[in-house]
Design a protein around this ligand. Structure first.
Ligand code: DSN
Length: 419
């Protein structure tokens, strides 16, 4: 919705909300979105999420609801489930989780008891807060042991993960990440899980679009549970999903409802059905291939300006820039702020073995899914690398930021939003 006059009812009824909503529409249109976990959904997904399905209660599952009037929401949920099964080849799927966090919570609760041990990737090495951060439900309910990446190559060290697994005898091993730029060997994780008698859960929130199109190996044949969000590379509405082996279907479904959720957000389930339909089309694979090509081009551009990327590069849609190599004095927080002023939206991120606090960091996480949706290609990625370097090298000096901002605006006009 790039035209603010497309919110006529809000404009008439609530000028305050209209002003803020319009400002956000303009911000998205006039900035380049390089946050690895964000994307721009299609008009069709927006319509589904903005539909009257938001009015409907549908506690339960298709054919077994606790409310009348569920004929059509049943059809929507069946369609979303069928398309998800086609996309990922999973035995069972639950499309009701409101978010990735709730998908992970339900998968844990399907087979674990409080106090059980989970072996998972440390957040500071690219993991996720629901994989066992102390302040998160996962860290409060379960006994968490973390693996990290190896100090030298900054990739998973399976000998070390195996050693830890043998030592702590986890009931579940969790793989998947929010900031890991390399291919994940799900078969290797499954081998270790089998050796120690643990369940395996793969959280593919970041790479779901790549997995769905065969551009990243799938964990579905290897893992007991595969969880994901639906709004990152998968380019659907902000939400979650759980896939699992048939033997866990009943437990997963009952942990989602009535375990941790009430009525599903049927407008969002409809958005998932629409997005999965888009992802089943051949052009979606082409889109994912362009995400990868753009990540390669951006990584090459940044390396060309002297930046060190964690693990030396990327195999997927994101990269982690270690700022210390070129600008030892600049924190991720400062860099994020300066780049935002120039219209380049990224997020500060810990790099493995970071000595700075999570609120400061020595790194930036940069991803290409959203700019690829807008149609930017490798030549534009080279330009983006150049702008990032100019802004950082100038320590966010106003005149440089202003010049880059104008060029970013020009590029945004050449590559308008997809809806
Ligand atoms: N917060 C998300 C991300 O940015 O990767 C993960 O949930």
């Amino acid at each position: 919705m790039s035209n603010p006059s497309e919110f006529p009812a809000i404009a008439r009824q609530d000028p305050e909300v209209h002003r803020i909503l319009t400002a956000e529409v303009q911000r998205q249109a006039n900035c380049l979105e390089l946050i690895a976990s964000e994307n721009h959904v299609s008009r069709a997904v927006l319509e589904a999420v903005g539909s009257v399905l938001t009015n409907k209660y549908a506690e339960g599952y298709p054919g077994k609801r606790y409310y009348g009037g569920c004929e059509f929401v049943d059809q929507i949920e069946e369609l979303a489930r069928e398309r998800a099964r086609q996309l990922f080849g999973c035995e069972h799927v639950n499309v009701q989780p409101h978010s990735g966090s709730q998908a992970n919570m339900a998968a844990f609760m399907a087979v674990l008891n409080p106090g059980d041990t989970i072996l998972s990737l440390d957040l500071a090495h690219g993991g996720h807060l629901t994989h066992g951060l102390k302040a998160n439900f996962s860290g409060r309910l379960y006994n968490i042991v973390h693996y990290g990446v190896a100090r030298d190559k900054e990739v998973f060290d399976f000998d070390e993960i195996r050693r830890l697994a043998r030592e702590c005898k986890p009931r579940m091993i969790v793989t998947g990440a929010s900031a890991y730029p390399r291919t994940i060997d799900f078969a290797a994780f499954a081998q270790i899980a089998r050796e120690v008698g643990a369940y395996l859960m793969a959280d593919i929130a970041h790479i779901a679009g790549l997995v769905a199109t065969g551009l990243h190996p799938s964990p579905v044949p290897h893992a007991d549970f595969v969880t994901t969000t639906t709004h990152k590379t998968l380019r659907g509405p902000r939400s979650g999903m759980i896939m699992c082996k048939a033997e866990h279907a009943k437990a997963v479904d009952s942990r989602i409802f009535p375990g941790i959720q009430g009525g599903p957000l049927m407008h969002v389930v409809a958005g998932k059905a629409v997005a999965f339909g888009e992802a089943l089309r051949p052009e979606f694979k082409d889109y994912q291939q362009r995400i990868l090509a753009n990540a390669q081009a951006l990584a090459k551009g940044l390396i060309g300006f002297g930046y060190r990327l964690v693990s030396g590069g990327t195999d997927n849609h994101l990269m982690l820039v270690d700022l210390r190599q070129v600008h030892a004095d600049i924190t991720g927080k400062q860099a994020e702020g300066w780049l935002e002023s120039a219209g380049l939206i990224v997020n500060k991120n810990m790099i493995p073995f970071d000595e700075r606090k999570p609120t400061e960091t020595s790194g930036l996480r940069i991803g290409t899914p959203a700019v690829t949706t807008r149609g930017l290609g490798p030549a534009e990625m080279q330009k983006v690398a150049e702008w990032i370097h100019e802004v950082l090298a100038a320590r966010g000096a106003e005149s440089v930021v202003r010049t880059v901002r104008e060029q970013v605006l020009g590029m945004c006009k050449r590559f308008p939003m997809p809806h």
